[in-house]
Ligand binder design. Structure first.
Ligand SMILES: Cc1cc2nc3c(=O)[nH]c(=O)nc-3n(C[C@H](O)[C@H](O)[C@H](O)COP(=O)(O)O)c2cc1C
Length: 176
């Protein structure tokens, strides 16, 4: 995360911005993280919801997600963000799925023009960290600045609020 486009993002983040927190979550961990970010930034929130829900059974969900990743599927979403133009900073949250992003997040990224905006990824994972998620996100919107992402194991437990606070201060998005 040290190339020039990321540095620009850090600098640009150093002033008050209109913020959107967009996220996809299957089992609720990313939802919890997204809500903490919303509380601490005062941003608006948007849940990325595919038209066809994923199976509730973990192993079935694994299979569907693996197939979608292989095919680079773009599952249609239930809703669009109103007035995306107004946002300058867009947090994009997701669980690590097969070391990449869930495909509904790819559908979301391709649905908007992020030119002039800053992307801030956040990822919930089961031990694999960010893996390829940020690399894969960047491929979907080249030339858009990214701010240093955060990876949270599971739902972040008790230290979630302070971990998010520290990260937001480091990025310059929240001052104190
Ligand atoms: C389809 C699927 C694939 C997953 N693949 C990975 C993985 O490759 N690496 C990892 O660390 N965790 C993986 N996980 C675990 C999730 O990233 C983790 O449970 C996360 O906290 C779930 O977030 P959520 O509650 O917002 O859905 C996977 C979970 C599912 C359902």
């Amino acid at each position: 995360m040290t190339n020039s486009i990321d540095v620009q993002a850090q600098e640009a983040a150093n002033k008050p911005q209109k913020i959107l927190v967009a996220y996809f979550s299957w089992s609720g961990n990313t939802t919890r993280i997204a809500n903490v970010i919303r509380q601490q930034t005062g941003g608006d929130i948007f849940e990325i919801v595919p038209q066809t829900p994923y199976p509730k059974d973990y192993n079935e969900c694994l299979d569907v997600a693996r197939k979608e990743k292989k095919e680079q599927a773009r599952p249609p979403l239930k809703a669009k963000v109103e007035n995306m133009e107004q946002y300058e900073v867009v947090f994009v949250g997701y669980p690590n799925w097969w070391s990449s992003i869930p495909m509904p997040v790819a559908t979301f990224m391709e649905a908007y023009d992020f030119k002039g905006k800053i992307i801030v990824p956040f990822c919930s994972h089961g031990g694999g960290g960010l893996a390829q998620t940020v690399t894969d996100l960047k491929k979907l919107c080249p030339n858009v600045p990214f701010v240093k992402p955060i990876a949270i194991a599971g739902n972040g437990r008790n230290s979630l609020s302070s971990d998010i606070k520290k990260w937001l201060q480091e990025t310059g998005i929240v001052k104190q």
